[in-house]
Design a protein around this ligand. Structure first.
Ligand code: ZN
Length: 423
């Protein structure tokens, strides 16, 4: 990274500083525009990697006036402060030094602190540095930020969170038509998150720990009666605790079992067949079947030529797997129908095909599908597509990595919202 590396030991206060001549100070003024404050002097460490910009209040001569009644304030309390600011030239460690003045107006009692704008009360850095850090966090893992700004990863995360809270628009809960509810497993400990998305825009509306009823109830608690009434359809997985909550909270809404979960369920059925075939196979075929798991799940267009060849071999070799695989493509066709009647006819046909295979796993799947018929065919009317869930699943892993974990759920929620809003 060349010069863009935070020098070691910058915390050491005993760094020799060399002052630059006045002409250089004057030209730095436009970079440090804090109304009511002027650059007094600039100190630079001998190796040029640390800078301190001293600001001076121009009110000192004219006297401080009360921001409320404009009368002259009396005696002020002074406090020296130094905060981190944006990098400057080769210097990554840049401090702004100034004296804050605090006093109480003798006339109206207002207490006011005079300090450069854009610097929080006890802040370690300027607001503009925090925005810069937040911007870095958009493109790099948070634990890489300390290589560019002299702060810890924890501070970077805290600042990013502050900036996101201040800048991200609140979720749009008015006029929702359709929502998707999904559970997402993250990390290795089988931790689950409940996610609610706007089915049309993909906006993340809610994120909660767990996959229980309460995880979803928290979302409905945020909605007004009117907001609830506008939701006409809810896309969910057949399994899980969400169905009961939706029926309770939105009795008028239609439940739609979306394609994404049904295909995932079907893949599980294929895997069950594959394992059964593996157990029945001879030694030589075993290794071959074992290696085919993901080829069976992938969309054919995503297979590399080599994977395609070995999948073909497998299907030619094994009749049951071949049948199951063909039926998977046939199942996907269901979602191409526009009209419920024709979709329903096709649905019947598919169930029949699955029963005719004679494969118990597929028959069981087909019976389950038949029981969920209403919820599946509801997609014709409500057109809830699973594209938003698939897109979401593709990005969440990346976001968790960038946020370096998910212990801070609120931060993760903000990062996911940021990503979804930018898309
Ligand atoms: Zn006053």
């Amino acid at each position: 990274m060349g010069i863009l590396v935070v020098p070691k030991g910058y915390h050491n206060p005993v760094v020799l500083r060399k002052e630059v001549p006045m002409s250089a100070t004057v030209s730095l003024g436009p970079l440090y525009q804090f109304p009511g404050w002027i650059v007094n002097k600039v100190s630079i460490s001998s190796n040029g990697d640390e800078v301190c910009v001293h600001l001076r209040s121009d009110r000192r001569r004219k006297g401080f006036r009360c921001p409320c009644c404009s009368r002259r304030m009396g005696k002020m309390r002074e406090r020296r402060r130094e905060v981190l600011d944006l990098p400057l030239g080769t210097a990554i460690v840049v401090h702004l030094a100034f004296t804050a003045y605090q006093g109480q107006c003798a006339h109206c009692g207002t207490i006011h602190t005079f300090k450069p704008s854009g610097i929080g009360f006890k802040a370690q850095g300027t607001d503009r540095l925090k925005r810069y850090v937040s911007h870095l966090c958009r493109f790099m893992p948070v634990d890489k930020v300390p290589g560019f700004v002299p702060i810890s990863a924890d501070t970077a995360r805290r600042w990013d969170k502050q900036v996101l809270i201040a800048t991200l628009p609140a979720p749009k809960l008015n006029g929702l038509c359709a929502i998707l509810v999904d559970e997402k497993s993250i990390g290795k400990g089988h931790q689950y998150l409940t996610v609610v998305l706007n089915a049309e825009t993909g906006e993340v509306l809610h994120l909660a720990e767990g996959k229980r009823k309460a995880s979803l109830q928290g979302f409905f608690a945020k909605l007004t009666k009117k907001q609830k009434a506008s939701i006409k359809a809810v896309g969910i997985d057949r399994a899980g605790a969400y169905k009961a909550v939706v029926e309770e909270e939105l009795p008028h809404a239609k439940i739609v079992y979306d394609k994404f979960h049904l295909i995932a369920n079907y893949n599980e059925a294929i895997d069950k067949i594959r394992r059964a075939e593996w157990r029945a196979a001879g030694e030589q075929d075993k290794t071959f079947i074992k290696g085919q798991r993901y080829n069976l799940f992938r969309n054919p267009e995503n297979l590399k030529p080599e994977q395609e060849r070995s999948l073909k071999e497998l299907l030619a070799m094994n009749e049951n797997l071949s049948k199951a695989y063909v039926l998977k493509d046939a199942l996907k066709v269901l979602w191409t129908y526009k009209y419920a009647k024709s979709a329903s006819k096709y649905f019947d046909k598919w169930i029949l095909w699955a029963m005719e295979t004679g494969i118990e796993t597929l028959q069981k799947f087909a019976r389950g599908l038949d029981r969920a018929r209403d919820g599946i065919l509801a997609f014709c009317k409500h057109r809830i597509t699973s594209a938003k869930i698939e897109a979401f699943n593709a990005t969440i892993g990346r976001i968790v990595r960038k946020a370096c974990g998910y212990r801070d759920l609120e931060y993760l929620y903000l990062k996911i919202r940021q990503e979804a809003l930018a898309a």
